[in-house]
Every structure is written in C-alpha cells, then in structure tokens.
Write a protein that binds this ligand. Structure first.
Ligand SMILES: Cc1cc2nc3c(=O)[nH]c(=O)nc-3n(C[C@H](O)[C@H](O)[C@H](O)COP(=O)(O)OP(=O)(O)OC[C@H]3O[C@@H](n4cnc5c(N)ncnc54)[C@H](O)[C@@H]3O)c2cc1C
Ligand code: FES
Length: 244
C-alpha cells in the first residue's frame, strides 16, 4: 500500500455519466488486476474507492460513474491537477486460476477491473471471452477496447436496445474454464447460480478506511469474516455466503 500524489493527465466522457480518467504517479504498489485505489477528495472525510482499469508504466486509468459528491468532484478535475491516492489495495484477481478459456463477466461500472485482467490473460495466450452487461445501448462502453485486445466479446442490454437482450446470464454458455466477474450484487448472485466452474467474484461494499483498519467492510463468508477491502474485494465462489 502506498499513499502518494497523482497528477491528472486527461479525462473523457464515455457515456452520459461515466468518465475515463488517466493519472500519472507511482503505480509500483499495484500488483494485480482487480485491485483498487482510494482517492482523497476535497471536503470529504472518507476517500472514494475506484477499481484499477488499466496500468501502463506510471499511467493509471480509472473509469467511474458519477453518483454523488465524490465522483462529481472527480469529474471536474482537469489535466495538471493533483489527487492524493492510496494504491495497491485489495487482493485482486488471481490470473493463475484462469485455465485456457477464461470467461470474464462485467456489469456496468463492474466492467473496468476486467480490462487489465483481460489484457494480462491475452498476453499469456489465453482464449478470453468477455460478457459486458448494461441497462441500455447508451450506457455501453469499452466494447471495442476489449475486442482490440483480442477477446471474443458479447454485449447484453437489459432493455434489448443493443446486443443480446437480457442480463449477462443470457450470454453465459459454451466451454469455459474459470469465471471472473464484477458488478452489482444481484448480478453476481445470478452469475453464481449460472456458472458451472470455479469463479472469482469481486464485491463492492461501502468502505471506511479502505485498508483493513476499521472493519467497516466486513462480510461473513463460509471460511469466516473477511474485510472486503483487504481479504477481498475478490472472493472465490466456494467461500461466498449470500445473506438472503
Ligand atoms: C472496491 C471498490 C471498487 C469500486 N470501483 C468502482 C469503479 O471502478 N467505478 C465506479 O464507478 N465505482 C466504483 N466503486 C463505487 C464507488 O466507490 C462509489 O460509487 C463512490 O464511492 C461514490 O462516491 P460519491 O461520493 O460520488 O457518492 P456518495 O455520495 O458517497 O453516494 C452516492 C450513492 O452511491 C452509493 N454508493 C456509494 N459508495 C458505494 C459503494 N462503495 N458501493 C455501493 N454503492 C455505493 C450510495 O449508497 C449512494 O446511493 C467501487 C467501490 C468499491 C468498494
Ligand atoms: S474499509 Fe476499513 S476495514 Fe475495510
């Protein structure tokens, strides 16, 4: 873990409410795809956690949806401004579990952490299939970016306005060796029920400290209590205990 200043390089809007931000700084503590960073924003007591989307040398890419004060402040940052960022948080995805044909499933702003994972798996020669789920055509982002990596990509929209109509589960099929997923909890639960192999599931919880000190993000698993910020956000399928 490292607490350091990053400089905003650029921002662009991917959809009405989703932004891509590139920052430059010391990324050496980010060791795995699926980890997150925690940004300190002016006037806000709690930092805001955002997944690592991509990493190239000292350039860190984040994708975030504007939902409240913190993310709205992020969207107003311009090139050259600095942000205090805690890096290297969370366990991240274990690429060694993938097998030869991994299936990556992302929903909404659960898509970003799968990008760096896909990049790593493709570089290892894996046949990567990606399912990206959104509510509607106007919310779709990064479809081409995954395709440009060499992944086979399926997009689903809940309202049927683009790609395969329905939820991500409508596109789960074929022969896959491990599932990596991130998205809203109802989606994770549906994926859990639908998949036939082992899986790595990334969870979101409201966070306090973000690095294991406050216990605010604890959740019960089959193997005991885990802090989502420290022993997570990625849990293995066999340790997940759904609360209802
Ligand atoms: C490990 C982790 C990784 C994340 N990665 C991303 C990412 O890559 N891109 C992205 O857009 N978002 C991501 N999030 C969610 C992001 O942290 C929240 O949307 C953000 O903190 C909201 O801050 P805010 O001040 O704008 O909103 P607030 O004013 O704090 O809240 C606005 C609304 O968002 C809800 N909300 C806030 N934080 C969370 C949360 N952690 N989980 C669920 N609902 C929340 C609140 O209940 C409220 O309804 C991640 C969260 C975690 C825990
Ligand atoms: S947010 Fe403090 S322990 Fe996880």
């Amino acid at each position: 873990m490292n607490d350091t200043l990053f400089t905003v390089l650029c921002q662009r809007k991917l959809t009405d409410s989703v932004y891509e931000m590139k920052l430059s700084g010391d990324t050496s503590h980010i060791t795995r795809p699926g980890q997150f960073v925690n940004l300190r924003l002016d006037g806000l007591y709690l930092r805001r956690p955002i997944s690592v989307c991509d990493l190239e040398g000292e350039t860190l890419t984040l994708i975030y949806k504007v939902v409240g004060r913190g993310t709205s402040q992020m969207s107003r940052l311009t090139a050259g401004e600095t942000v205090q960022v805690l890096t290297g948080l969370g366990n991240g995805y274990d690429a060694a579990l993938s097998g030869p044909r991994p299936l990556l499933i992302g929903g909404g702003v659960g898509v970003p952490p799968l990008y760096l994972l896909a990049k790593r798996l493709v570089a290892e020669g894996k046949a990567v299939r990606v399912v990206l789920g959104f509510n509607t055509a106007a919310e779709v982002f990064y479809e081409d970016r995954f395709r440009d990596l060499g992944c086979e990509v399926a997009v689903t929209t809940a309202d049927g306005s683009y790609g395969i109509p329905g939820f991500v589960t409508a596109a789960i099929g074929g022969d896959y060796t491990h599932v990596y997923t991130c998205g809203p909890e109802p989606m994770l639960k549906a994926v859990y029920r639908a998949v036939k192999t082992g899986g790595s599931f990334s969870f979101e919880k409201r966070m306090g400290c973000g690095f294991g000190a406050c216990m605010g993000c604890s959740c019960k698993t089959i193997t005991g209590w885990k802090r989502i910020c420290r022993e997570g956000p990625v849990l293995q399928k066999e340790e997940i205990l759904w609360e209802d």
